[in-house]
Design a protein around this ligand. Structure first.
Ligand code: NAD
Length: 420
């Protein structure tokens, strides 16, 4: 199929390159010219394992390209909307990019004879595709949903850091749409994958994505709270978790305690579903607690370090700035909270991350960035580990330096774990 993608960020670029990998012809559209040029040069503006090689191959084989021209969508059969949906101050999602993309796309589709399918892949609050996207498309294009305009919602479950693998080997594909023809068209894109497919309406598909993230975020906060308690009891929560996870109703995955969740999805999506629940007068106790625990959790590493030493005037090595390993994304990373707190307490900071330093530097230009773990530890009084990059795991790196490990990646001579 000929596929176009609006929004060439993490989801748009990974989806685009992976659809090309599945044999489709793909065009990615973005409003940011430098991003488009960089993609067309074979340099992904984001770091994801395996993405660059795949992008270069599909560019050279002519199966993939990026553009700033919406008109190029006219040569395709199906368009995915993958633009950002950031948080507003009240926690609800800012849907202006989704609306603008729908309107601009609709305008272009006015010039198309025959049918086109539009699929929302951005994470949006339940009812957005039905109440915002479909009407905007209909108004701008003059086409009627269900006839010459197919509308669907196909949430994306990929995890940054392993995004390419996740896209090509997903647990499930959810296709929300009101009509059979659109369902078959979207389904055909995933034909090459052996994967369970769930068909729903668009609002249920949106709610599945929101609930999945709320569920995972709540699980992490529960694990972190129980992890803090285990530590207070003098217990190693990792061992506790092994026993807990043997219950098949609980399962062994996602039981790692640590210094909190971050990224562009969990915090934003939990705030969004909470804002929607509040607007409807539904209860939000679990969602409130999930977020409250997560706001405090990164501060635990600072507190543990402070119990051992005076932070004012000390030099602290911060290892790991990305919200998780395998990505350069620092959106809502635990390191943001930790660095802010260390600065507030008067510490000097040396930081290192194999991928995320340029993104972090744009937010915190005043700290010292280092070229390696060794360089970062040189001259530091203590180290905090905030991301599970494997290169932080070598105990010999740390000598006798006090280390507070927020991720359970190592065990050094002078060591303290966050929940163990
Ligand atoms: N990042 C993830 O791991 C992930 C996973 C699943 C779902 N999602 C969801 O997918 C959506 C996109 O997330 P992302 O992380 O890829 O965002 P992103 O910020 O990395 O990318 C969004 C892109 O859209 C472009 N854009 C904005 N308005 C546009 C317009 N009108 N026309 C063309 N391009 C436009 C921006 O320039 C940017 O490149 C969000 O709703 C997010 O919640 C993200």
């Amino acid at each position: 199929m000929r596929v176009s993608i609006i929004g060439t960020g993490y989801v748009g670029l990974v989806s685009g390159v992976c659809f090309a990998e599945l044999g489709h012809e793909v065009i990615c559209v973005d409003t940011v010219r430098e991003k488009v040029e960089s993609v067309n040069d074979g340099d992904p503006p984001i770091y994801e394992e395996g993405l660059e090689g795949m992008l270069r191959r599909h560019l050279s084989e002519g199966r993939f390209r990026a553009t700033t021209e919406y008109d190029d969508v006219l040569g395709t059969d199906i368009t995915f909307i993958c633009v950002g949906t950031p948080s507003r101050a009240d926690g609800s999602l800012d849907l202006r990019y989704v609306l603008k993309a729908s309107q601009d796309l609709g305008q272009v589709l006015r010039g198309k004879q025959g049918r086109h399918v539009v699929v929302v892949k951005s994470t949006v609050p339940p009812n957005t595709t039905r109440d915002l996207v479909a009407p905007a498309l209909q108004k701008a294009s003059g086409k009627t949903p269900g006839e010459d305009l197919g509308v669907a919602m196909n949430p994306e479950f990929l995890r940054e850091g392993v995004a390419v693998d996740d896209f090509l080997s997903p647990d499930r594909v959810v296709i929300g749409t009101q009509d059979d023809r659109t369902y078959e068209e979207v389904l055909s894109l995933y034909e090459a994958l052996e994967v369970p497919v769930l068909r729903t309406d668009t609002s249920t598909a949106e709610m599945i994505k929101m609930c999945s993230n709320a569920f995972l975020a709540a699980r992490i906060s529960l694990v972190n709270e129980l992890g803090n308690l285990s530590k207070a009891l003098g217990l190693d929560f990792r061992e506790v978790a092994r026993g807990v996870g043997m219950d098949p109703r609980i399962g062994p995955l996602f039981l790692r305690a640590g210094c909190g969740f971050g990224g562009s999805c969990f915090p934003k999506d939990v705030r969004s579903i909470r804002a929607q629940a509040r607007a409807l007068g539904a209860g939000t106790d679990m969602l409130d607690a999930t977020l409250a625990v997560n706001e405090r959790q990164p501060l635990m590493v600072v507190e543990l370090l402070e119990r051992r030493m005076e932070l004012y005037g000390s030099t602290v090595a911060v290892l790991g700035l990305a919200f998780k390993p395998g990505t350069d994304d620092v959106r809502e990373a635990s390191a943001l909270t930790v660095v802010r707190e260390l600065l507030r307490k008067g510490a000097d900071i040396r930081a290192y991350d194999p991928q995320a330093m340029p993104n972090f530097r744009s937010l915190f230009p005043q700290i010292t960035y280092c070229g390696s773990v060794k360089e970062c530890l040189r001259g530091a009084d203590a180290a905090l580990i905030l991301t599970e990059w494997q290169e932080f795991s070598e105990p010999g790196l740390y000598g006798q330096m006090p280390v507070v490990d927020g991720r359970g990646i190592t065990k050094t001579n002078n060591y303290e774990g966050i929940c163990w």
